[in-house]
Design a protein around this ligand. Structure first.
Ligand SMILES: Cc1ncc(COP(=O)(O)O)c(C=O)c1O
Length: 396
């Protein structure tokens, strides 16, 4: 009954863990949810007012496929400010989340026979989207370099079939942030081999000093013609469920995405576009500062705790809101006669016996790590790590 292309496609493992944690909670179990990919709090009052006003103004119709003109103008201004390169409204688009922008960008850019390089570990969805476009993901390992990119190692993976490179900074799940000089060296390769660079910067506002976020077009202006920049309101503005993402790309790519989405989505939610207009205005700067400060404090707590767990090591995350500890020191041990054979089993046992939900690294292409989100209240972080420590101490 199913098409061939669905044989290899599994549902997102991050959503799977979220759903299992929710189910246990509904059964009355107090689960600490370290598995969430979003902030655990309300959006700004001003964004909510804008959405209410859109409802009251009867914004019920279809809109332009990639968003209303006013919103595209606002996005173009944002991208111009961000990159220092002039972006126009026909070089940007608004989508139902960054996920849709990334899918459409991959679908219109890559085809069977193409190879697309993705640093690994990677966000769970990247390889699947490349495969759905018919292309082949090729992984660039980074765990041996504290999740940083080595342009020389990248260069060695480029073949005559390489068409694209998918970068994500700040990085989910590792928290890595790519430095300016690394992006400059990478850009040289992209330009030399005429690749398409998909540049996902959904966590761009969530970076912790001394790290700073660098945009590849800002670093190397010639990259504007080779890059699809993708952003999101999900994280910074606590709007994950409203599905608000956007992108900037060369005009032919934008047009192709509009054609594609005119057949599969018509347009992003009309009401959300008005909320996004508000979100992208300066009125929300204080809100975003508050989110960053709060995550900074939560990161400090999580970082202190993760270092206390025996046989677990972790690279300091510089951005986003995840720890990605190496738990390989726990594998092969047993919890009350149950063997912790791999990271999937570890995640299951942690949910069952420690009542904490983490995402196993296998979702991100690693069999040595788990992802822990610290975008939850501090007392929950402390409770979760206390339970984790207790669990680890019982391993034999
Ligand atoms: C790296 C990365 N890109 C894209 C997305 C998708 O964001 P959105 O909610 O805007 O679709 C996520 C969400 O977790 C992400 O972590």
């Amino acid at each position: 009954m199913l098409a061939e292309r669905m044989r290899q496609l599994a549902g997102s493992q991050t959503s799977g863990m979220r759903n299992r944690a929710r189910k246990l909670r509904a059964e009355g179990v107090q689960v600490v949810n370290f598995a969430a990919g979003e902030l655990d709090q309300d959006t700004s009052a001003s964004i909510k007012t804008a959405a209410h006003q859109a409802i009251d103004s009867s914004r019920t119709q279809y809109t332009e496929t990639l968003g209303i003109g006013e919103l595209r103008e606002r996005l173009a201004q944002r991208y111009t400010q961000k990159t220092g390169a002039a972006y126009h409204a026909d070089e940007v688009g608004f989508t139902a989340g960054a996920k849709q922008a990334l899918f459409s960008a991959a679908f219109v850019s890559f085809q069977p026979g193409d190879e697309v390089i993705i640093p690994a570990p990677y966000w769970v969805t990247f390889p699947e989207q490349i495969r759905l476009a018919g292309a082949t993901p090729v992984f660039l390992p980074t765990a041996h370099r504290q999740f940083q990119l080595d342009p020389d190692e990248l260069a060695r993976l480029i073949t005559p079939r390489t068409r694209g490179l998918l970068l994500n900074t700040p990085h989910n799940p590792t928290g890595a942030v790519y430095a300016a000089n690394v992006l400059e060296n990478v850009a040289e390769l992209v330009l030399e081999h005429q690749l398409t660079c998909l540049f996902d910067e959904c966590y761009d506002e969530l970076v912790y000093a001394p790290a700073t976020h660098c945009n590849i077009v800002k670093q190397v202006p010639a990259m504007k013609a080779r890059t699809i920049l993708v952003g999101s309101l999900s994280k910074t503005y606590c709007l994950a469920g409203w599905r608000a993402g956007f992108f900037a790309a060369p005009q032919p790519v934008v047009k192709a995405v509009a054609n594609l989405q005119s057949h599969n989505a018509s347009n992003p939610c009309n009401l959300v576009q008005y909320a996004a207009l508000d979100a992208l205005g300066s009125v929300n700067d204080t809100f975003v500062d508050g989110i960053r400060q709060q995550l900074h404090a939560q990161r400090a707590v999580a970082w202190e705790w993760v270092q206390r767990i025996p046989q677990v090591t972790c690279v300091v995350p510089q951005g986003a809101f995840y720890l990605f500890p190496d738990v390989s020191g726990l594998l092969g041990k047993s919890f009350k006669d149950q063997r912790v054979g791999n990271v999937d089993r570890l995640a299951e046992l942690l949910l069952e016996h420690a009542h904490i939900a983490v995402v196993p690294g296998s979702a991100f292409g690693s069999d040595r790590h788990v992802r822990i989100s610290y975008a939850i209240p501090t007392e929950q972080i402390v409770a979760g790590f206390t339970q984790l420590e207790r669990f680890v101490n019982l391993l034999k």
